[in-house]
Design a protein around this ligand. Structure first.
Ligand code: ATP
Ligand code: MG
Length: 389
């Protein structure tokens, strides 16, 4: 398996949510409670990603990438295979890359952002360890870019409350929320994400499957803004696309979406022993023979997929090789594959962690660059909206 999509051809000819609907997507959507809207749009998003891969090959410099993560904990394997690899690949191919530490977004599902500074610097350290290069990429936190946040107000006026209320990812996150009641930020953060993406005119967003509904919100915001406020120099915003990877929804040790905040993740920085313990605890099923079928065997298939991704192999051949070895043999294979794959990332991360001042400097420089870009976009928005007196 390579870092480009391997499933799109099949995905194009299969109904949404089927086993062939791309990696483990359909099964994982069912397993995590993400609604049919998400799995229904998955096949289309995979087809679109395949088309975009061809355009990336032809002209990578025509893309401006914006993507990011919440500073709620350590980045994990879902991030690595779901989005980080694509970020580094696009950066190395010459696309402009903006990486967002989405600190305000921490407050969507909890009252207080715990250990925020530690998580923010930890995230920056993870980025650098996987190969994001601050000489080419802009790493920033959105709380440090007021001009970006100012876009939220006009953008909110472009989306209806019913559109906000039917977002399946928001519904899933409410089900896992730590708050007794749902905050306004939970419903409106997808519009804030539109500001995150559009402030730098991002046109491609490498993400996991949970982000597809949010990308639709961003596209709507861009389209409606351009229609309502046609700039004198043409449309102000692009309509960005999602770029899915081979692993649009990697499952965690409990069989639900691997997530920083759900205690089911294998962190990139985990030790080899912690990794072995976590994988040993992963949920499987009662069948001894190992096979790859994400619809009927989501947990086993996600482990097989994880080994396949780490080994650059097809999941079917990995399952075939383990055969009657059962869950114990599968887990041994996955553990070895993950630890081998992550060894260089972990070594680099340990070096970087010895100098936290460097991560802080990278972030501060990135925030300054992002502010300059956001200020220029806000000027264009002012012109288009006529808010210049
Ligand atoms: P939290 O539990 O705090 O929400 P998270 O693990 O869901 O954390 P995010 O910061 O919300 O991580 O997501 C960052 C990016 O990583 C998004 O593009 C998201 O789609 C992607 N991502 C997160 N989890 C997975 C996963 N299990 N599989 C594939 N991609 C994922
Ligand atoms: Mg999340």
């Amino acid at each position: 398996m390579t870092s480009t999509l391997t499933q799109p051809v099949t995905a194009a000819s299969e109904p949404a949510g089927s086993a062939a609907g791309g990696a483990n997507g359909g099964a994982a959507a069912a397993a995590t409670g993400l609604s049919a809207t998400v799995s229904g749009s998955l096949a289309a998003a995979l087809r679109r990603s395949a088309q975009i891969e061809r355009r990336i090959e032809e002209n990578p410099r025509s893309f401006r990438i914006l993507t990011g993560d919440r500073p709620t904990g350590d980045l994990h394997l879902g991030h690595y295979f779901g989005t980080l690899r694509n970020r580094v690949r696009l950066q190395d191919a010459g696309a402009g890359l903006y990486v967002l530490v989405a600190d305000y977004q921490v407050l969507t599902d909890r009252d207080a952002a715990e250990a925020l500074a530690e998580h923010v610097l930890g995230l920056v350290t993870d980025y650098l360890a996987v190969g994001i290069d601050p000489a080419r990429a802009t790493i920033f936190a959105h709380s440090a870019v007021p001009e970006l946040n100012q876009l939220l107000l006009p953008f909110l006026s472009l989306i209806s409350t019913s559109e906000l209320g039917r977002n399946p990812t928001v519904k899933d996150e409410i089900a896992h929320s730590r708050q007794a009641s749902v905050s306004g930020l939970m419903f409106t953060y997808p519009v804030h994400q539109a500001a995150d993406i559009l402030f730098c005119k991002g046109n491609l967003v490498p993400v996991g499957q949970d982000q597809l509904p949010h990308l639709e919100v961003t596209r709507l915001v861009a389209r409606r803004f351009n229609e309502r406020y046609p700039g004198t120099a043409g449309p102000v915003f692009p309509e960005p696309d999602a770029l899915l990877s081979d692993a649009p929804l990697l499952l965690g040790t409990d069989g639900g979406k691997m997530s920083k905040s759900r205690g089911n993740a294998i962190a990139l920085r985990a030790t080899a022993d912690e990794t072995a313990r976590l994988i040993r605890s992963a949920k499987t099923d009662g069948q001894r023979r190992i096979s790859y079928n994400p619809v009927t065997r989501p947990e086993v298939s996600s482990l097989v997929l994880l080994a396949a991704l780490c080994l650059d192999r097809d999941p079917e051949s990995v399952a075939e090789q383990i055969g009657d070895g059962g869950a114990a043999a599968l887990k041994r294979t996955v553990t070895e594959a993950v630890n081998d794959r992550l060894a260089p990332v972990r070594a680099r991360r340990a070096e970087l962690a010895a100098d936290p001042g460097y991560a802080r400097q990278v972030l501060n420089e990135g925030c300054a660059r992002a502010r300059a870009v956001a200020a220029a976009t806000l000027e264009e928005v002012r012109d288009a909206m006529g808010t210049r007196y």
